[in-house]
Design a protein around this ligand. Structure first.
Ligand code: AVI
Length: 323
């Protein structure tokens, strides 16, 4: 590290107490390797809308595949879990996938947790209208932090639902931490978990490099969001979307790559980017069924049945959480 990098780092650290988390994390990512930032910054309103469009893309198989697994096996899943549970969804969004389970699972209560409070309230109200007997208690907050749930319903097992392979966007140690806290929170019940599977890299490549460029726009929205929210001056035309399968790590990596040597300003500070320099914005880990079950065991779960699609693209796991 040379002198000017040290000075820059000192500056970054000094301003941390007052900076917004996004500003602080972006400054840190630009100041020093590994030049990476959490994918959670994708999801402002525009990013969430772009993600919804991704889920509809012909190349993006995970959403429709998981949906078809849940629709096909809802009765088996309900038999395994048992009716009348206290159901909690982590990162519920529009509460779309849970609808596939409600008829068979008949939970006594549904607690959707999501960072976007306003969106969640609407989704919860719509769900209650559709299912008059169901008590829906939306909880606005970050489910990766400590979750304070309302007291359990007497006699109802607590069951978690974490679809979409969002577990794949965590680092391996974050995934383990998340599963450990879920196993504690869901003691005596369990977790229904969706996980994307390792497959032909060409299929993966297409899913993250769609022909319409929606995934590219989703990735670039991180810079657009920074311009909107924290006054940065990124020129989006001077970056390109890169997504590739890293076979050794079993993950798709997304990066934003500088098309030229350029200077950008973040929080009033200049950062020089070389041509080809990349900001790592997301990992999307892919799992083997056995690997996922091992991870769950390590976190304190007892793995139960697994449901997959005929092409073995995606998996849904029932994980018991012992008392
Ligand atoms: C939310 N998450 C599971 C998606 C994924 O596939 O990792 C996010 C995404 N990134 C690019 N396309 C979709």
């Amino acid at each position: 590290m040379n002198g000017s990098t040290v000075a820059l780092l000192r500056d970054v650290l000094r301003s941390e107490a007052t900076a917004s988390p996004f500003l602080r994390d972006l400054q840190r990512a630009l100041a020093e390797p590994p030049h990476s930032i959490s994918p959670k910054y994708f999801y402002d309103d525009a990013g969430s809308r772009l993600f919804e469009r991704i889920c509809e893309l012909p190349e993006y198989y995970p959403t429709r595949t998981e949906t078809s697994i849940l629709a096909t096996h809802a009765a088996d899943i309900a038999r395994e879990i048992g009716t009348g549970c206290d159901l909690v969804e982590f990162g519920a969004g529009s509460c779309t996938k849970v609808r596939l389970l409600l008829r068979d699972l008949q939970p006594r209560r549904f607690i959707p947790i999501d960072i976007s409070g306003a969106h969640l309230e609407q989704a919860a109200a719509a769900l209650e209208r559709e299912h008059p007997g169901l008590l829906v208690l939306p909880l606005a907050g970050d489910y990766t932090q400590v979750v304070h749930l309302p007291p359990p319903l007497p006699g109802a097992r607590r069951v978690g639902f974490f679809p979409g392979s969002t577990i794949g966007n965590f680092t391996p140690s974050e995934a383990l931490d998340f599963l450990r806290s879920a196993a504690r929170l869901l003691r005596g019940g369990g977790l229904l978990l969706g996980a994307d599977l390792v497959k032909d890299p060409a299929v993966l490549h297409a899913a993250y490099n769609d022909a319409q460029g929606v995934t590219a726009e989703f990735n670039l929205n991180l810079l657009a969001r920074a311009n909107r929210e924290i006054g940065t001056d990124f020129d989006l035309d001077r970056f390109w979307h890169s997504a590739f399968y890293n076979a050794a790590e079993r993950r798709i990596e997304m990066h934003l790559v500088s098309r030229a040597r350029q200077q950008v300003h973040v929080g009033g500070r200049p950062y020089l980017l070389e041509e080809g320099q990349a900001l790592h914005t997301e990992n999307s880990y892919k799992f083997g069924v056995e690997g996922l079950r091992r991870l769950a065991r390590e976190a304190g779960f007892t793995p139960g049945p697994v449901w997959t699609d005929p092409d073995h693209l995606f998996s849904v796991h029932w994980l018991h959480a012992p008392d």
